[in-house]
Design a protein around this ligand. Structure first.
Ligand code: NDP
Length: 512
């Protein structure tokens, strides 16, 4: 018989295990042993040792291993998807997106990593550096810790590790306790099946294990909630460990008069309910201009009613992956209804074992409700009627979050003008997640949605430190005019030369 999913604590620290369950029916899946802080330190030390050789084989050597991993991902895609479907309660199309994007990221860095990591000659413009030669070298942080969320467990752990591995770091992954199994399988593939150097490992456990990783690593790549992100930042500050934070979102979708309504409706439903609404960039607020509001709402509701809940191959929407999430979603819907919102479809848990919430559309919502202010991360689409573009922009920006936004407008030019006014890290015009599918683009949020970004050149360079080497191509003199001893003559020469360079007009000659 299925155990009610809320009744079993996931993380059983007394027994030293995580009880991993199937969200689709609440049944136990596997008990996984937790790594304690001592083990974290030991694994970190082993990785640091292996990293030296990993860095030594250069980008070309590392690219060979990552390209074998790429093939392994393709060969084992079905198995990874199946594990993810079970532990995440997800429809198989969602984890497929993860493997596709990981392969894209490997391909991108295969093309550019060598150039990014190669030493760069820099010419100084100042006469003060005449005769000097400068080179900027890149050294990887030896050990990168990647802490990931449960909604895209592979992409948010190994997906972020790819750039670090290309850079020459060793990487220690800490997936969420909710979804550790697919990531564990991937690390097994790296180690046991392709036999790659031992520079990638996994930690199993909850927040304590994650905190121990923050202490052990030289750089932390974190994806998760704002609250945990702040805790990670505070802890990392103790050891002056650099961090990159990809945090929560409350992404707005603007639908304006004259937009292609067919596409807007289909996209709004996909953007609101893909991966059961558990997407950091999922649509959590829709602002619709008055002229198209009624038709838009009617068509969205019809489409949402047609979505099929389940995890078989004919389903659209899976279970909620993390059991506590269902209480958050339900509490937000109740708060909205209590304050005057109207439920047009859904609005309740589904009467079946596991964590199922009916796909929900709300109207008559406003920003006094938690559903419009806090992250929902579930299958709920609140829609607001706005008088005009200015109101839509004003409400879209009225948020602590700033991950991304979508605009549907009559012309691209108009949408681009509106995009410039939105306080977010990305704007997709007539689209959802388009920016995420392009590894060449920096992906990061504004405001409380994060610090730093993933993908693009900066997504690799952040895992490196710069080392500047300065030398001279002129024959070395025994001394320089500005070195000791300081004398009045040297002062006059040096100051006069500086005036000559930096002064303007007669000021160059010391005449004011
Ligand atoms: P959490 O913040 O609860 O957890 C994220 C990770 O941090 C988990 O692995 C968690 O482990 C770990 N953790 C918990 N406490 C600590 C700690 N003190 N020190 C170090 N690590 C810790 O987020 P969720 O897993 O609930 O994920 C959902 C959130 O992730 C949403 O807010 C979503 O918006 C965000 N997200 C952001 C994305 C982006 O790119 N901006 C992408 C996807 C999701 P454990 O789970 O075992 O407790």
């Amino acid at each position: 018989m299925a155990i009610p999913i809320e009744s079993v604590p996931l993380l059983d620290t007394a027994a030293g295990v995580i009880h991993v369950r199937r969200p689709a029916d609440g049944s136990p899946l596997e008990d996984v042993k937790i790594h304690d802080a001592t083990q974290v330190t030991e694994i970190a030390a082993r990785l640091r040792q292996a990293q030296v050789e990993w860095e030594g084989i250069g980008v070309r050597g590392r690219t060979e291993w990552l390209s074998r991993m790429r093939q392994w991902l393709l060969d084992n895609e079905d198995r990874l998807i199946e594990i993810s479907r079970e532990e995440g309660g997800r429809v198989r199309n969602e984890p497929l997106l993860e493997t596709i994007l990981m392969v894209e990221v490997i391909d991108y860095y295969t093309r550019v990593a060598s150039k990014l990591m190669s030493p760069k000659r820099v010419r100084g413009a100042s006469p003060l550096v005449l005769g000097k030669r400068f080179t900027v070298n890149r050294s990887p942080y030896p050990l990168v810790g990647v802490i990931g969320a449960w909604n895209f467990p592979l992409l948010l752990t190994f997906g972020d590790a790819i750039a670090a591995l290309f850079a020459g770091s060793a990487v220690l992954l800490k997936p969420s306790e909710v979804t550790p199994l697919a990531v564990r399988e991937l690390v097994r593939g790296w180690r046991d099946e392709i036999g790659a150097p031992p520079v990638l490992d996994i930690l199993l456990g909850g927040g304590e294990t994650g905190a121990a990783l923050v202490d052990a690593a030289d750089f932390i790549q974190f994806t998760g909630s704002v609250a945990t992100g702040k805790r990670v930042a505070q802890r990392a500050a103790e050891t002056v460990t650099p961090i990159s934070l990809e945090l929560g979102g409350k992404d707005p979708c603007l639908v304006l008069d004259g937009a292609n309504l067919n596409r807007a409706v289909n996209c709004a439903v996909y953007g609101g309910f893909a991966n059961n609404g558990q997407v950091c960039m999922g649509f959590e607020r829709v602002y619709v201009e008055a002229g198209v509001y009624d038709e838009f709402v009617e068509r969205v509701v019809a489409k949402v009613k047609s979505l099929r809940s389940g995890i078989d191959d004919h389903s659209d929407i899976g279970a909620l992956t993390s059991a506590p999430q269902i209480d958050i979603v339900d509490a937000q819907v109740r708060d909205a209804v209590a304050k005057g919102a109207k439920v047009l479809t859904g609005g309740h848990r589904m009467n079946r074992p596991g964590t199922w919430y009916a796909p929900t559309v709300l109207v008559d919502v406003d920003h006094s409700m938690t559903i419009m202010r806090e992250e929902t991360f579930g299958p709920v689409l609140p829609i607001v009627r706005v008088a005009d573009v200015d109101e839509a922009v004003c409400l879209a920006n009225d948020s602590e979050f700033g991950l991304s936004a979508t605009i549907f407008a009559d012309t691209t030019k108009r949408a681009e003008q509106i995009a410039a006014r939105l306080e977010v890290g990305a704007v997709n015009i007539n689209d959802f997640l388009a920016n995420m599918t392009c590894a060449e683009l920096p992906q990061g949020g504004w405001k409380n949605s994060g610090i730093g970004s993933r993908a693009s050149a900066s997504g690799l360079l952040k895992f490196t430190r710069t080392k500047v080497i300065s030398s001279s191509w002129l024959p070395a003199m025994d001394s320089e005019p500005n070195w000791f001893p300081y004398t009045p003559t040297r002062w006059r020469i040096f100051r006069g030369a500086a005036r000559l360079v930096h002064g303007r007009g007669l000021g160059r000659l010391g005449i004011s």
